[in-house]
Design a protein around this ligand. Structure first.
Ligand SMILES: *Cc1c(COP(=O)(O)O)cnc(C)c1O
Length: 395
């Protein structure tokens, strides 16, 4: 049965890692995959074992062989000391923040954060006495000028949701660690395959497993990974909430993990080609894609990231709401819908102008977010070609 030696384990590249990580056929009668364990009660042999809670598994909320398999695999991939699994990406955001802040603390949040993250900060955290301040995502190391004596955490997201500004995570981490401030990164866009969070100074990394880890739009899952310094605190916060993920979803995520790099690389290839094609379109004013030199923070992306995924945005030249609706309503291949990271292509119109507070969002035309899937690119372009024709034909 396949057993990697510690030397081999250190040497193997991410694609090999994705095949082997978190599997132990010797424990599963030789079967390749860890099955779905369902359960609440775990039986112990003695009173002593029951009392000391040191058994590898001791209660359903704290983990099963299925959840452990994904946690181990993700920690290996992300270079983390530990990983916890929660029922959604937003729950992962909440768990990371609840791990890092307490009443009376000052929390810095990027103005480009995923909008539901802002809502969590502006409602739950404010209600619990945390002072939340938004900052310009392009600040980099100058973020130190915003530090207060009670600053305890910085929430980053690279690139920003919808608007794709790239953040300088190493510079922010260096400034934060000079003051023992916790750096949290929502790494959903890049995944650990394209950005290794903990080797760049991130303390708590969030991944919405709903996106590329799932890859098939059929589950909700969140992951929080921690550096060695934050591992115990993350684990104990997780145990206090018992906010555990469902066994079927974890199993499907393990299945998705094995093909994640292939899917992500294909999404990258397709999305970049589509971004270049869109850049040439007369209807398009600007393409916001971190791999394009025109994107804010592109040099940081080039320095720190190993790739770009299948999600980017486009700003159109000024057009009426009716014209944009005519373009989108008639699309046959691009679906209209939230979330992303699946095998299907999606398009959503968006507008950040009414909720940004530290920066002004004024793109100069309607904004569209593309999620590029695995369809044939010629077919996708034909669908958009017809859409642009509808846009031009509507006043
Ligand atoms: C989708 C998303 C989330 C939340 O994931 P859910 O599983 O849908 O709750 C968090 N962060 C980012 C950047 C996302 O795109």
């Amino acid at each position: 049965m396949s057993k990697l030696s510690p030397e081999t384990k250190k040497k193997i590249k991410s694609r090999t890692k994705l095949v082997y990580a978190g599997r132990n056929p010797a424990e599963q009668f030789g079967f390749i995959n860890t099955p779905i364990y369902r359960g609440s009660t775990v039986l112990f042999d003695t009173v002593e074992e029951l009392r000391d809670y040191k058994a590898r598994f001791n209660y359903g909320t704290r983990g099963t062989p299925t959840t452990e398999a994904l946690e181990i695999a993700w920690s290996e991939l992300a270079g983390a000391a530990t990983t916890t699994l929660v029922p959604s990406g937003l729950a992962a955001v909440a768990l990371a923040l609840m791990t890092a802040v307490k009443a009376g603390d000052h929390l810095l949040v990027t103005d480009s954060a995923y909008r539901p993250t802002r809502i969590f900060c502006d409602t739950i955290l404010k209600r619990m006495g945390v002072e939340v301040e938004y900052y310009d995502p392009l600040l980099g190391g100058e973020i130190a000028s915003l530090f207060k004596p009670n600053t305890s955490a910085i929430l980053t997201e690279a690139p920003g949701s919808q608007s794709f500004e790239m953040q300088d995570i190493p510079a922010i981490s260096a400034a934060a660690h000079a003051r023992d401030i916790c750096v949290i990164l929502d790494n959903t866009w890049a995944t650990p395959l394209f950005f290794s969070p903990h080797t760049h100074g991130v303390d708590l990394a969030i991944e919405a497993g709903t996106k590329y880890l799932s890859g098939h739009s059929d589950l909700l899952l969140g992951l929080v990974s921690a550096s060695a310094t934050w591992a115990r605190r993350l684990r104990s916060t997780f145990d206090a909430f018992a906010m555990c993920a469902g066994p079927e979803d974890v199993y499907l995520a393990l299945r998705g993990l094995r093909t994640m790099e292939l899917r992500l690389k294909e999404a990258e290839r397709q999305a970049f080609r589509l971004a270049l094609w869109l850049q040439q379109r007369p209807e398009v004013r600007e393409v916001l894609h971190p791999a394009l030199p025109t994107c804010p923070g592109h040099d940081i992306w080039k320095r720190d990231f190993a790739g770009s995924s299948g999600l980017f945005s486009v700003i159109l030249h000024p057009a009426s709401d009716a014209a944009v609706a005519a373009m989108l309503d008639g699309l046959e291949l691009f679906g209209l819908g939230y979330s992303w990271g699946g095998y299907e292509s999606l398009l959503v119109p968006f507008d950040c102008s009414d909720y940004r507070t530290a920066t002004t969002w004024n793109p100069g035309g309607p904004a569209l977010r593309f999620q590029v899937g695995l369809e044939d690119l010629d077919d996708l372009q034909a669908d958009l070609d017809a859409g642009f024709a509808r846009l031009r034909a509507t006043a």
